[in-house]
Ligand binder design. Sequence first.
Ligand SMILES: O=C(O)c1ccccc1NCC(=O)[C@H](O)[C@H](O)COP(=O)(O)O
Length: 219
Amino acid sequence: MKIPYPFRRTRVKICGFTRPDDAALAVRLGADAIGLVFYPPSPRNLDVETARKIVAALPPFATVVGLFVDEDESVVRRILEQVRIDLIQFHGEESPDYCRRFGKPYIKAVRMRSETDLARVVDAYPDAAGFLLDAWHPEAKGGTGHPFDWDLIPKELRQSVILAGGLTPRNVEDALRAVRPYAVDVSSGVEADKGIKDAEKMAAFLEQVHAYDRRAHID
Ligand SMILES: O=C(O)c1ccccc1NCC(=O)[C@H](O)[C@H](O)COP(=O)(O)O
């Protein structure tokens, strides 16, 4: 069955919030999911208290995604006990066995580079809820604001991926047209500064996605 807009629409996750009001506004503007970074080297890293305040500011049905990078299992468990996280995003080199240990749905981030065989990664994590494709960077694990070559994504997997990496209000339409992913994920591209989201950039990003979805239905 071909599902038209507004039933078939591109989901949007905005990642890297540090302020409750920014996250609440993102959901009011139409974001489906909010990403909270628990990775101490990141400028967007959260302590438990701030994370709880952000979650408390959200309306029901907004999905809270907790992002970890090669974190100790005990630290992940402690955060899961204290913060209402719906979905875990593993953004490092976590093994399939490690990822399934927490009894929560998870998405696995894949940092794309020329030799990445995405089909093989997908096979290796059969119980992942989804795959978030981000740019590979020699020094940073994510949230870099850099795009990657979308041609690296095999055609048959495109409709099931969460596309990330350097998306902005200016290029997201091109990304949607080229990849037609299940969802898009953005952090740097809607920021005024690291961890500080810009209301107008978030609104512009979501408007671009919604406008594309509406047009895709008409075309
Ligand atoms: O945000 C961070 O600082 C970060 C650090 C380490 C791993 C992942 C991180 N963020 C992930 C994201 O924000 C997004 O899932 C994705 O990488 C898109 O980021 P961007 O290119 O900035 O839009």
